[in-house]
Design a protein around this ligand. Structure first.
Ligand SMILES: Cc1ncc(C[n+]2csc(CCOP(=O)(O)OP(=O)(O)O)c2C)c(N)n1
Ligand SMILES: [Mg+2]
Length: 803
């Protein structure tokens, strides 16, 4: 029987035959990498391995349907897909396994991620965008199962925006919105909330997303019936299927060893999603895991002998080979010959990768041996130093940490000695450590000129008799300027569109800029963030609204694991300059008064965290962020929208600088540092303190990540010698962070004549009752009394006890 190659791209039998043999070679190459990869881990050369064996065939079909400009958002099984796209060859595969720290050799993460975490480079070295329409793209993987889903939604939505919003034509990112976003996920990971949330949203939004489920009936040791209703995800999701009356998904189900069925399914999915912007789910069943889940643990512990026998029989590569022979496309001998050649090639690539991995270490070792040799000659501790040197020589396959550790330990034996040889060793250590700080630490934030902290303040300009308006009007009119100025800017969230956000900061904007640019969403914070990440990865400038800061916790996993690590884990090869807009701090009750700033500051390193005291400052932050290219979280003061502010003339243009504090009141006795809505109370209290003879200096922190890059706070301490930090986070939360910044980073302890103090909210959540705020968060009397207490301790004569 001749196989039927009918797909949307009809091709001749000869072409089909060569396509099949080329796919066969990739499948065998990928498998051989998995097999040798596992051995490398078991022999101790690599730490951990998680491979794509048993999932080769569907990935080849996916690669065939994948076009230039398309994006993948997937997980650790997709090595065959990456090989088929030409993004991963066997040598790079082994560099990934060994974690070589050279991005040229290990383009997926330069050793920052485990093998099996894939990425393509969207940026040139200078940070400018490549033409993403000319390459096949993969967003950077994360290890968190299901964590790729929210981002997938945004990658797909970008096509919809590019197709339907005017003014975005002719970019590096899209050709008329014809790009499909392809997701991959394991069967067990479909249990995650992110999966269901994303599917529902994609069905509602009708975006070109194809989600492929690699179903091997297990999630590590746990079989399908523990994961999925009916033990079958496509049956469980049958209600998503579109019909003649309703939009929805196209659901396809296909066996993972059936090459022709897979090819058809993926081509179909591609056509449906690409042309009609209809989301598609492909449930690929009957997949296997020939070597088990990963290198930690063996599947014999949890799979029955029958299951293991079934897996051996239905291994997709084995069945592919049988099918090729049965259909006369090639002979067993020819295929065996291919197998042998590929085995040799992969083995050679592995060897080469190991040599390349070690080379810089061996070179550095040589240098270090010479340096140790020289310092030992005249040292009274010669014998100890020689021992270190000999230990080093004995290390045939040294790692960087071996070299650093030995060199640093050697310096201890040179204590009290002087001379050029010692200085040479010290210099070597300094350079080696600095270099490796970069190797393992760069790109947490932008290291390029577009960085937001490089922009100086541009103050708001006021007319002689400025209009005084509600704060929300300043935001609204500023957004109006921004939407006008930047066509790639869009905003979305719960109640963001029709009513123009719950506080009217976007009143009338949807009417003016359309439902795609100013959009309502479902109640689903994780995927709101995901929409933003995905669209930002494709050159748009999304502003994702989280209605209240208290609900950011639903999106926090995505913010922390995906957005905050983006620059770092991709070594600056991708960026997602997403702005997250939200509102928080003291208002009413447990879930509308949140200020969990300590938690956010710790979980979101890699994102700027900005806490403007009023709406003019907030608007200035948006203006700054849109001139630069980094992600940020802006927390507006929930109780500030109706407070009056002067309206600037240069809306859309004035810039609030990032990483700079602002001195709001000069004083000589004590420095009060605060931010957000609590700052307003602090400012009032500072005036009251004058009545008892205390002159407080008030500083607005305003940007928490990063905080006070110019070290202005310590300048204030030099004058006042006393410090009180006031915030509405829990004790030991953000205030402790600020204290560490001031005392340790800025060296503030040197100028203090009194113990530094913090005044925070209570450890419990704020109560709702009308006076709940007063008794839960720092109030004016608390602040006054705390300052007074500090001054009383200094000068009890002038400050007799208050109570
Ligand atoms: C959020 C999260 N929880 C747990 C894990 C640990 N873990 C890694 S892989 C895995 C099983 C995933 O199974 P499945 O989705 O079916 O993919 P498969 O490995 O079978 O292809 C688990 C539990 C993780 N990486 N992330
Ligand atoms: Mg599985």
């Amino acid at each position: 029987m001749e196989p039927d190659p009918k797909t949307s791209n009809d091709i001749s039998f000869k072409d089909f035959q060569s396509q099949i043999l080329s796919d066969y070679e990739i499948a065998v190459t990928s498998r051989e990498c998995s097999v040798l990869g596992r051995r490398e881990v078991l022999s101790g050369k690599a730490k951990f391995g998680i491979f794509g064996d048993g999932k080769e065939l569907p990935q080849l079909a996916m690669a065939r349907a994948f076009r230039d400009g398309d994006f993948r958002s997937g997980y650790y099984r997709d090595q065959t897909f990456m090989m088929a796209l030409g993004h991963l060859d066997p040598k790079e595969f082994f560099h990934g396994l060994y974690a070589t720290t050279d991005l040229e050799k290990e383009p997926m993460s330069a050793g920052r991620q485990m093998g099996g975490h894939f990425v393509t480079h969207s940026l040139n070295e200078d940070g400018s965008w490549k033409d993403l329409t000319q390459q096949k793209n993969s967003s950077g993987d994360i290890s968190c199962t299901g964590g790729q889903m929210p981002r997938l939604l945004g990658l797909a939505q970008a096509s919809k925006i590019y197709r339907n919003v005017k003014g975005l034509e002719g970019t590096n990112f899209s050709k008329d919105g014809n790009e499909v976003a392809w997701g991959t996920i394991g069967n067990a990971s479909t249990s995650e909330g992110h999966f269901f949330e994303t599917l529902n949203a994609a069905g509602v939004m009708q975006v070109p997303m194809v989600i492929c489920i690699w179903d091997d009936e297990y999630g590590i040791s746990v079989p399908a019936e523990y994961h999925t209703t009916k033990g079958d995800i496509s049956s469980a999701l049958a209600g998503l299927q579109r019909d003649s009356d309703n939009n929805g998904f196209e659901l396809l189900k296909v066996k993972g060893w059936d090459y022709t069925a897979l090819t058809h399914a993926f081509e179909n999915a591609s056509d449906i999603a690409r042309e009609g912007h209809v989301p598609v789910m492909i449930h690929v069943t009957e997949l296997t895991q020939p070597q088990g889940h990963s290198t930690s643990g063996s599947q014999e512990r949890y799979k029955s002998a029958e299951r293991l026998a079934w897996e051996r029989e239905n291994d997709c590569n084995k069945r592919f080979k049988e099918w090729i022979v049965e259909n006369g496309i090639s002979t067993e001998e020819e295929l065996n010959q291919i197998d042998r050649e590929i085995k040799n090639k992969v083995r050679a690539a592995k060897k080469q990768a190991w040599v390349e991995f070690l080379k810089p270490h061996i070179d550095a070792k040589k240098e270090l041996v010479q340096l140790l040799d020289r310092v030992a000659v005249n040292s009274p501790n010669r014998s100890f130093l020689t021992k270190i040197k000999n230990d080093l020589i004995a290390l045939e396959e040294p790692l960087k940490k071996d070299l650093a550790s030995k060199a640093r330990r050697a310096l201890r034996y040179l204590l009290g000695e002087e001379g050029p040889d010692k200085r040479a060793l010290q210099g070597w250590v300094d350079r080696f450590l600095d270099h490796n700080d970069q190797v393992f630490g760069s790109h947490l934030y932008s290291e390029r000129s577009q960085g937001a902290t490089a922009l100086d303040a541009v103050p708001p300009i006021y007319s002689e008799d400025p209009e005084v308006v509600d704060g929300r009007v300043i935001l609204r009119d500023n957004f109006d300027h921004l939407f006008e100025k930047y066509p790639q800017t869009l905003i979305f969230g719960e109640d963001t569109g029709t009513i123009g956000d719950v506080n009217q900061g976007l009143e009338g904007m949807q009417k003016k800029y359309g439902e795609l640019r100013v959009a309502d969403t479902g109640i689903r914070e994780a995927t709101i963030i995901g929409q933003g990440i995905g669209m930002a990865l494709r050159g748009l400038r999304p502003i994702a609204e989280i209605q209240y800061l208290d609900y950011i916790l639903y999106g926090l996993q995505t913010l922390s694991d995906d957005l905050a690590t983006m620059g770092y884990r991709t070594v600056g090869t991708q960026k997602a300059p997403l702005i997250v807009r939200t509102r928080g701090h003291r208002l009413e009750g447990i879930w509308h008064s949140g200020s969990p700033m300590g938690g956010l500051i710790h979980l979101l390193r890699g994102i700027y965290i900005l806490v403007p005291r009023n709406m003019t400052q907030a608007a200035g932050f948006y203006n700054t962020l849109l001139r630069s290219d980094e992600p940020a979280l802006v927390i507006e003061s929930l109780n500030g929208y109706r407070l009056k502010e002067k309206k600037p003339k240069n809306l859309g243009e004035f810039l609030t600088p990032i990483g700079k504090v602002e001195l709001l009141r000069e004083g000589t006795d004590i420095t009060l540092l605060s931010y957000g809505s609590t700052l307003r109370i602090v400012e009032r209290v500072a005036e009251e303190l004058v009545e008892v003879g205390i002159e407080a200096e008030v500083i607005d922190a305003q940007t928490l990540l990063p905080f006070d890059l110019d070290h202005r706070t310590v300048e204030s301490l030099k004058k006042t010698n006393r410090l009180l930090i006031i915030d509405e986070d829990v004790p030991g939360g953000c205030s402790a962070y600020l204290l560490q910044e001031i005392l340790e980073k800025q060296g503030g302890y040197r100028y203090l004549d009194s113990p530094p103090r913090t005044l925070t909210a209570k450890a419990h959540r704020p109560a709702y009752a009308s006076d709940g705020d007063y008794f839960s968060k720092p109030n004016a009397e608390d602040i006054f009394e705390k300052v007074y207490e500090i001054m009383q301790e200094v000068d009890p004569g002038s400050f007799p006890p208050l109570r």
